[in-house]
Design a protein around this ligand. Structure first.
Ligand code: BGC
Length: 552
């Protein structure tokens, strides 16, 4: 296999603007050596699959050395590969093979926090308060007579408090350090030059190895207002609670943009310039700034992922996202699933407004998922997304129609959300189950060993070999949709068309129409040659809960 796919101009600096990016969660993708964890050679072995699927790029979730306190988002060493996943040589081989297949690669960069095993954090613990080693992180004295109380009441995403107390070499308690996530994920001090410079070094390290882009984790969290008296933080992770003037002490502060302007100058040292996408959990009006051409260039939005199954709601969300993207001269991103959320084939099978945390805690039984409805809507939504101008981020396994595994037993759970929240929330393991490659093989072809998360037997119905070449399968639908998109993709414009029914209908400037019927009854389709339908083998009208593409 050699050469690039038709339509991909290899050195086009704008290649990312309408790319389809496939998210690989490496430890659950494909295991080559039988240790139960997916690895780099596993990814290499599946490049033909990715090429046949027809995506333009791969985004690799963290593959760095890590104790996996948070699925790899606790990084021990930013410039290495977890030995259980491979070596830097394997990584280079993978980049070469992806490029050879015409695919670009994004790596996940985690700048807000390292792991507590990072050499800098170990050095900080070994050093004295006030030392330069401690200044790379955020250490503070505690309150109370002997510092026994945390410096303030800031909450963390995963643990009740954002502060953990250290223990001195002699066993006595010491200072506290800040972690917006698990205690194993101490936050860096981004006012420290060494931290800034080290990340510039890391960006060059991977860019020199041929990495094309970076997904920037918690991009809105780096800069903090630690001045005293500390400002109140009533909630964490609730986007709607964030002020729009940059005044939150922990998130979306205006100073964070200085960091990304410095990163941009590194990106622009390369040809084509390296690209980046911000994971910035901020309100729409603040998102554009992260995505400007002198910063990261693009920002995720999870707006469609959170939009209920309703034509009007979809139309409004899409319009808003396109406006935000235009505000930064970037292209919009679209996504329905990722490694942090319940898979959309399950979500769409649940009644509107279902409390997903409660549903997960019920083991996925209350309420029951309407699997047919979930599959229908998921296929329709995927086609709608793939017709939009901008880039689409697909999450591994959605092309197989995978459902959430909601009934994982407690002893199998790994997510710090479950472990730290005393079982109040089940966490994200159910969307991170290893992929089913072959319905006949043990562990469905993911590994010859024991998979790090259990794979349910019913996953065999969704396995790649069970869908490959099968007309009407979700895998074949994605392949056909990506092929068609590649042929028809043109400028980033969209024209809305009015329709009296429960329909979202738009066209692109070359006559490519996407028509989604959100209702349950068939709707008559406007004239034009049909290209693809999310419901196999239908005739005539547009079936309920389906998308049709046609040339009009
Ligand atoms: C990642 C999560 C991770 C968190 C902390 C998120 O945005 O997507 O998986 O737990 O950052 O790094």
């Amino acid at each position: 296999m050699s050469g690039s796919l038709p339509g991909v101009i290899v050195d086009d600096p704008h290649w990312w603007r309408q790319a389809v990016v496939y998210q690989v969660y490496p430890r659950s993708f494909s295991d080559s050596d039988g240790d139960g964890l997916g690895d780099v050679q596993g990814i290499i072995s599946r490049i033909p699959y990715l090429r046949e699927l027809g995506v333009d790029a791969v985004w690799l979730c963290p593959f760095y050395p890590s104790a996996l306190a948070d699925g790899g988002y606790d990084v021990d060493d930013y410039r290495n590969v977890d030995p259980r996943l491979g070596s830097l040589d394997d990584f280079d081989e993978m980049v070469g093979a992806l490029h050879e297949a015409g695919l670009k690669i994004f790596v996940d960069l985690v700048p807000n926090h390292s792991s507590d095993r990072h050499e800098w954090f170990r050095a900080a613990l070994a050093a004295d308060p006030g030392s330069s080693e401690r200044d790379r992180y955020i250490f503070r004295d505690g309150l109370g007579d002997s510092g026994e109380l945390p410096p303030n009441d800031w909450p963390s995403h995963f643990a009740p408090s954002a502060w953990t107390r250290t223990t001195k070499a002699d066993g006595s308690p010491g200072q506290w350090y800040l972690h917006l996530f698990a205690p194993e994920q101490p936050d860096f001090n981004w006012d420290n030059d060494e931290v800034n410079n080290d990340f510039l070094f890391t960006l060059r390290f991977w860019s020199d190895r041929g990495v094309d882009g970076f997904r920037v984790d918690v991009a809105h969290g780096l800069k903090k207002d630690l001045s005293e008296p500390y400002k109140p933080v009533p909630s964490i992770g609730v986007m709607e609670d964030l002020p729009t003037d940059g005044s939150h002490p922990l998130f979306d502060r205006d100073e964070v943009h200085e960091v990304y302007r410095a990163w941009r100058s590194v990106f622009n040292e390369y040809s084509p310039p390296r690209v980046a996408v911000a994971e910035a959990g901020v309100l729409a009006e603040r998102r554009a700034q992260y995505a400007t051409a002198d910063e990261l260039g693009q920002a995720f939005n999870f707006d469609l992922l959170q939009t209920r199954w309703d034509a009007q709601a979809f139309r409004e969300t899409i319009t808003r996202c396109l406006d935000v993207a235009e505000g930064s001269s970037s292209s919009s991103t679209w996504t329905l699933s990722n490694h942090d959320v319940v898979r959309h084939a399950s979500r769409y099978g649940l009644p509107d407004g279902t409390d997903l945390e409660a549903w997960l805690l019920s083991g996925g039984t209350h309420p029951a998922v309407d699997i047919e409805q979930g599959a229908r809507r998921a296929r329709a939504a995927a086609m709608l997304l793939l017709a939009l101008p901008g880039s689409v981020y697909l999450y591994q396994g959605e092309e197989l129609g995978l459902l959430e595994v909601a009934d994982l037993p407690a002893e199998a759970l790994q997510d710090p959300i479950w472990l730290r929240d005393n079982g109040a929330r089940k966490g994200r393991d159910g969307c991170r189950i290893p992929l089913p490659w072959n319905s006949e093989l043990p562990s469905l072809g993911f590994t010859i060993g024991t998979p790090h998360l259990p794979i349910p037997a019913w996953f065999s119905n969704y396995a790649v070999d069970a869908q490959d070449g099968v007309e009407g399968s979700t895998l074949e639908l994605y392949r056909a949709a990506l092929r068609t998109r590649r042929q028809l993709q043109s400028t980033e414009t969209l024209t809305w068309h009015e329709h009296p029914d429960d329909v979202v209908w738009f066209s692109r400037d070359n006559g490519w129409n996407s028509f989604t019927n959100f209702g349950t009854e068939p709707v008559v389709r406007p004239a034009g040659a049909e290209l693809l339908c999310s419901v196999p083998l239908h005739t005539g009208d547009v079936p309920g809960e389906s998308t049709v593409w046609f040339r009009g």
